[in-house]
Design a binder for this molecule. Structure first.
Ligand SMILES: Nc1nc2c(c(=O)[nH]1)N[C@H]1C(S)=C(S)[C@@H](COP(=O)(O)OP(=O)(O)OC[C@H]3O[C@@H](n4cnc5c(=O)[nH]c(N)nc54)[C@H](O)[C@@H]3O)O[C@H]1N2
Ligand SMILES: Nc1nc2c(c(=O)[nH]1)N[C@H]1C(S)=C(S)[C@@H](COP(=O)(O)OP(=O)(O)OC[C@H]3O[C@@H](n4cnc5c(=O)[nH]c(N)nc54)[C@H](O)[C@@H]3O)O[C@H]1N2
Ligand code: SF4
Ligand SMILES: [Mo]
Length: 676
């Protein structure tokens, strides 16, 4: 490996932009991370978080070798052990458990701390399939919205974001894109400059994204479906719909026209808090401007009714036939275009018992506390559930169980790792070989090792290979393949013509290969009818209203404020919350509150308040202003909760399951607030 030079790389974080990077190396160490100007979409611009990535890669607290716990669970006292001892301890426990309780007593828990496909959903799946462990339903992020979008559009298929420079009207609907999808903001700003495009932001919080809007529309949490239906009502009533498009490419437009009559502007205004005049103005702008583009965010789908919200908004572009116009349409997610050969990557055929139980990751606390037969061992990688999972009071109680054998594989001694019996050190993505596909743009990228593994750290791929070997599955080809072989087999997906021609060698040579994506229309969608389903028979069969509908949030107890604890600018979920540089950039967690509410409660700006409900309590510093509507409070960031700081917002969040996809309802909780 060369000790000096500039090397191509890709951002591994769970962020739609998936930037191309250049790593500057000096004397064997990365000294600078910058954007690669040759990436066709991200064009050399990267966020603050990753510009400071060296602070994380070489953080003095990074795990260097395996550890065994020597203090109580949660306290964080560990001693160094060898890899051999770690692997022997884990596999001996598991072999015993398989014998005494069966393999379903073991639960893997993971998410996308590293988006590399081999790391996050490759050899790990092969391993746990072969082991026969309980399966994890990965519902924490976007599953409600993905299911909702699929009912309308058939799959995670939107427009090419590169086309959005042609848009003349751009909605950021429930997405804090300035922090979470910065290159979509750059494209929107380019459209604004080139074609005078207007940027509309619809959000419960006037954050960085709202501040750059031409028009910011504040809305009450969980009411967005009503607004979308109200826009439809006006568009039908004022004849702003494209009858030809509706006739040719949709199912149920006549039923929809009838159905939306109940969502008149007065009714919608009372539900959403958006003034009647603004609803008319917005409907007319949307009805009369083409191309128009809606970037559908994750915020409004982290609610009880989140699936239905996305299903509903996804109907809007059809009304004016936007899908036929370059730069018109919507993006919720685009992963459908880059679908890999998962049969090959994950080997579901290794799973002998097809009825192996499935555990919803949003219910981790419940699962650890009350699943019968119980979970006796938990293996966590690429995720930090003690901080990120809802109702974390339950999660922590479960993690503290003395009879639970927990293993955590991570780069840091996260709050979850503090509960582990065995901690394994993970490499950073810059030390690995892996394949990356964006869920927003259409490019695929390859990562090859740029630096040597840190200390004794090992990649997920290597750890699962070793676990398979130690368990005695060594004979399976599935655990012997090289990374390059896995990547080659995974890219070869006969069911996805868009990926044709993309392979390991090509990626190694040209860095960025674009899927050969065609516009969705004219064409046939993967819905049952092949058309956009404004009316969905499938939804009816699944127990949902077949037409888009506003369903209020569920009762979350008698507390005066709706609590929306979203992500912040300088962390990525809980990643970076344990790196001093990023903590310093973000300063401290804050609770945004409307000045009317603050006045009524006698709370001053900058004061510490106790935020509580039946699940738990936090202590946060209040920021008073008009960035949220009365009755709504917003916090940002998943902060570590060290030394009794009480800033862990997920102790307050419900673990109710959303209407679709087993999704999370982080933003549907209510809280009370008082001076500390
Ligand atoms: N800097 C940074 N970038 C990130 C992340 C991060 O933690 N930090 N996380 C990454 C991940 S995993 C994801 S999933 C994405 C998420 O990124 P986004 O799609 O932006 O989703 P959120 O930030 O959860 O919420 C977006 C917005 O929805 C608003 N919101 C909440 N409830 C409602 C509602 O009922 N109606 C409306 N209209 N708005 C509402 C919030 O105020 C917030 O501004 O970002 C990714 N990128
Ligand atoms: N209150 C509230 N809670 C939320 C959200 C919210 O908006 N509000 N957002 C939710 C969403 S959208 C998501 S996606 C989840 C995300 O939750 P998580 O998936 O848990 O994301 P992170 O907190 O970033 O944790 C990822 C962990 O993986 C580790 N890691 C990174 N690379 C590797 C690797 O190669 N191997 C191994 N073994 N480990 C690695 C990192 O060090 C880090 O500790 O959080 C959810 N929680
Ligand atoms: S976190 Fe997102 S914006 Fe930042 S470098 Fe990574 S992909 Fe780009
Ligand atoms: Mo997410």
């Amino acid at each position: 490996m060369e000790r000096n030079g500039i090397f191509h790389s890709v951002c591994p974080l769970d962020c739609p932009d998936q930037c191309g990077l250049l790593l500057h190396k000096k004397d064997g160490k990365i000294v600078k991370v910058e954007g690669d100007p040759e990436h066709p979409v991200t064009k050399g611009h990267i966020c603050n978080k990753v510009r400071n990535m060296t602070e994380r890669i070489y953080d003095e607290n990074r795990l260097k070798y395996p550890l065994k716990r020597i203090g109580p669970k949660g306290e964080g006292k560990f001693t160094r052990i060898s890899w051999e001892e770690a692997l022997r301890t884990i596999t001996a426990h598991w072999s015993e458990l398989i014998h005494s309780d069966g393999p379903e007593s073991i639960l893997p828990y993971s998410f996308y701390g590293n988006m590399g496909r081999l790391s996050a959903e490759g050899i790990d799946r092969r391993f746990f399939h072969r082991l026969g462990a309980s399966r994890l339903d990965q519902t924490i992020c976007s599953s409600a919205g993905s299911v909702g979008y699929k009912y309308t559009m058939g799959g995670s298929l939107g427009i090419d974001p590169e086309d959005t420079i042609h848009s003349k009207l751009i909605f950021f609907w429930g997405i804090n894109a300035a922090s979470t999808n910065m290159h979509q903001v750059a494209l929107a700003q380019k459209a604004r400059k080139q074609n005078g495009a207007k940027i509309i932001v619809i959000d419960v919080h006037k954050n960085q994204t709202g501040r750059l809007a031409d028009w910011f529309i504040p809305i009450l949490p969980g009411t967005d479906s009503a607004l979308a239906l109200g826009l439809m009502q006006i568009m039908f009533a004022e004849n702003m719909v494209d009858q030809d498009f509706l006739q040719t490419y949709t199912v149920g437009h006549e039923e929809l026209r009838e159905h939306v009559m109940q969502y008149n502007p007065e009714t919608v205004s009372a539900i959403t808090g958006v003034p009647v005049a603004d609803i008319y103005k917005l409907a007319r702008m949307y009805g009369e401007t083409s191309p128009s583009f809606i970037r559908i965010g994750n915020g409004p789908q982290h609610h009880d009714n989140g699936g239905m919200f996305v299903r509903t908004v996804a109907c809007l572009p059809a009304l004016t036939g936007q899908w036929l116009v370059k730069g018109g349409g919507a993006i919720k997610g685009n992963s459908g275009y880059l679908a890999l050969n998962t049969e090959y990557l994950q080997r579901p055929n290794l799973l002998k018992n097809k009825n192996t139980r499935i555990v919803n990751m949003n219910l981790l606390g419940e699962a650890l506390l009350s699943l019968d037969p119980p979970i006796k061992s938990l293996y966590v990688y690429g995720s930090n559930p003690a901080v990120v999972a809802p109702s974390s009071h339950k999660v922590r109680k479960g993690l503290a169980r003395e009879d639970l054998f927990t293993v955590v594989h991570d780069l840091f001694l996260t709050e979850t790792a503090k509960y582990a019996d065995i901690v394994l050190p993970a490499t950073s993505s810059f030390e690995n070989t892996d394949i990356y596909t964006s869920y927003w743009h259409h490019y695929t990228q390859l990562q090859q090792p740029v630096i040597e593994p840190f200390g004794e750290a090992k990649s997920n791929v290597e750890v699962f290979r070793l676990l398979a070997h130690t368990m005695g599955f060594g004979d399976e080809a599935a655990f012997k393949e090289t990374e390059a072989e896995m990547i080659e087999g995974t890219l070869n997906n006969p069911r996805n013509p868009y990926l044709a021609g993309i392979n390991f060698e090509g990626l190694a040579e040209s860095n960025y290969l674009k899927a050969k994506v065609k516009p969705l229309f004219p064409g046939k969608l993967p819905t049952p009818s092949g058309k956009i389903e404004l009316y969905s028979e499938r939804m009816k069969q699944d127990g949902h209203p077949p037409l888009p509908t506003y369903i209020p949030l569920l009762n979350d107890g008698d507390h005066p404020y709706q609590f929306v604890p979203g992500p912040n600018h300088n962390f990525l979920n809980s990643t970076f919350s344990n790196n001093q540089k990023h903590v310093d950039l973000e300063k401290e967690p804050r609770l945004h509150m409307n000045k009317k509410d603050a006045l009524a409660a006698g709370i001053q700006d900058g004061e510490m308040v106790r935020v509580w409900n039946d699940r738990g309590e936090c202590t946060l510093k209040v920021s008073i202003g008009e960035s949220v509507l009365p009755g709504v409070v917003v916090s940002q960031g998943l902060w570590a909760d060290e030394n009794g700081t009480k800033q862990l917002v997920n102790v307050l969040t419900p673990d109710r399951i959303a209407d679709m996809g087993g999704g999370a309802t982080f933003f549907s909780g209510r809280v009370s607030i008082e001076k500390n």
